[in-house]
Design a protein around this ligand. Structure first.
Ligand code: ZN
Ligand code: ZN
Length: 328
C-alpha cells in the first residue's frame, strides 16, 4: 500500500510507495481509505508537541473508508460498507474510567494516527468496535472532518452546557462545524479569529455567527461559554475576560502553549475553565445521528495523499478555510 509516514518528530512525512498492506486481526477490519481529514493534532504529533507517538507512524484519525476484509469476531460489518474511523482506537474496558462511562479517559487507551497507524494511506486497519457507520447523503471528503473536528467539537459544545451566547476561539475545522450545531440549537455564536483575519471573520458570519472579530477584541456582549480551538494559552484569560458570571471556558485542543498568569478576578464569580479530552463512542453515535438532521455542511480543501506535507503546512500557517482532507 501507499502511505505518508513520519519517521521522527520535526521531519517531513515521506511517501512510502509499497508498504505491506496490513491484515485485519481479531475485531479489526481492513479499509480502503477514500478520504482522511488533516487535524491540528496531526500537526502537534509531527511537530513533537505530543509525547511518545508510535514510530514510524502513519498519521490520520479522520478516516473514511470502505471495508475490504474483516477479522475474526467482527460483528455487523460486511465488505463494501462505508465506515468512519475516529481518534479513539481502543480502550481497555476494565479501568475505573471505562467502568464509569468515561472511556475517553481510559488508562490504556490507544489512538488512531498516534499510537496506532492511521489513514494517511490508501489502506488502514481499525478495530471495528470503535468505528462508526456514516450517514448517507454526505460524500467521503465532506464526511471526513466530522470524525474529529465534528466529534470533539460536539463534545466540547456539550460540556459547555446550554449557553445562550457562545464564543468560538479559532474558527477552523472544528468551529465551522460547531457553529452549525450551535445555531441549530438556537445558540448565539460569536466567532474569534486571528486579529485582522477578515476572510476568516466573513467565513464565520456566513455560518451564522452574529459577531466576528479578532481574538483580542471584546465581543458585542458578554459570553455565557467559550470554546477554545486554537492552541494558544493566552486565549484562556482573554476568553475568561469576555465571559459573564458563571460562564465556562472549554479548552478543546490536545495541546496548548502555556497559559499566562492572570488575576483571580477573571475566574471569580463561578467561572469555570476546563479541558476536553478525546471522545467516547457515545459522543460519536450522538453526533453522527445529529449531523444529517441539521444538516451539517463541511467546507473542505482536498489534497492528494502525496501532498500531506503541504496540507500540514497550510494548516500550520493558517492558510485554510474549513478543513483539509487527503484523498488517496
Ligand atoms: Zn480503560
Ligand atoms: Zn483530531
Amino acid at each position: 500500500m501507499r502511505a505518508m509516514r513520519l519517521a521522527a518528530a520535526h521531519r517531513r512525512l515521506s511517501l512510502e510507495p509499497s508498504l505491506p498492506t496490513p491484515q485485519p486481526g481479531p475485531h479489526q477490519v481492513l479499509l480502503r481509505v477514500t478520504a482522511c481529514g488533516v487535524c491540528r493534532t496531526d500537526l502537534h504529533i509531527v511537530d513533537g508537541e505530543l509525547p511518545s507517538p508510535k514510530l514510524p507512524l502513519i498519521p490520520g484519525h479522520e478516516i473514511v473508508g470502505t471495508v475490504e476484509a474483516i477479522g475474526d469476531g467482527v460483528r455487523g460489518l460486511k465488505p463494501g460498507e462505508r465506515i468512519g474511523v475516529p481518534w479513539l482506537g481502543f480502550t481497555c474496558g476494565e479501568c475505573v474510567y471505562c467502568r464509569s462511562g468515561r472511556e475517553n479517559l481510559c488508562d490504556r487507551a490507544r489512538f488512531t494516527g498516534y499510537t496506532i497507524d492511521g489513514g494517511y494511506a490508501d489502506h488502514a486497519v481499525a478495530d471495528a468496535r470503535y468505528c462508526f457507520p456514516l450517514p448517507p447523503g454526505i460524500d467521503d471528503v465532506s464526511a471526513a472532518p466530522l470524525l474529529c473536528a465534528g466529534l470533539i467539537g460536539y463534545r466540547a459544545l456539550r460540556l459547555a452546557g446550554d449557553a445562550e451566547r457562545l464564543g468560538l476561539y479559532g474558527f477552523g475545522a472544528a468551529a465551522h462545524i460547531v457553529a452549525q450545531v450551535a445555531r441549530h440549537r438556537r445558540q448565539r455564536v460569536f466567532a474569534f479569529t486571528r486579529d485582522g483575519d477578515r476572510e476568516g471573520q466573513e467565513f464565520a458570519r456566513g455560518l451564522g455567527a452574529e459577531w466576528a472579530g479578532g481574538s483580542s477584541e471584546k465581543p458585542s456582549e458578554a459570553l455565557d461559554a467559550a470554546l477554545i480551538f486554537a492552541p494558544v494559552g493566552a486565549l484562556v484569560p482573554a476568553a475568561l475576560a469576555a465571559t459573564a458570571k458563571g460562564g465556562t471556558v472549554v479548552c478543546a485542543g490536545i495541546h496548548m502553549s502555556d497559559i499566562p498568569r492572570f488575576p483571580y478576578g477573571l475566574l471569580w464569580e463561578e467561572r469555570i475553565v476546563r479541558s476536553v479530552a478525546n471522545l467516547t463512542r457515545q459522543d460519536g453515535e450522538e453526533f453522527l445521528a445529529l449531523a444529517p438532521t441539521i444538516p451539517i455542511r463541511t467546507v473542505t480543501q482536498a489534497y492528494r495523499l502525496d501532498q500531506a506535507n503541504e496540507a500540514l503546512a497550510d494548516l500550520r500557517d493558517g492558510r485554510l478555510t474549513g478543513a483539509a482532507v487527503l484523498v488517496p
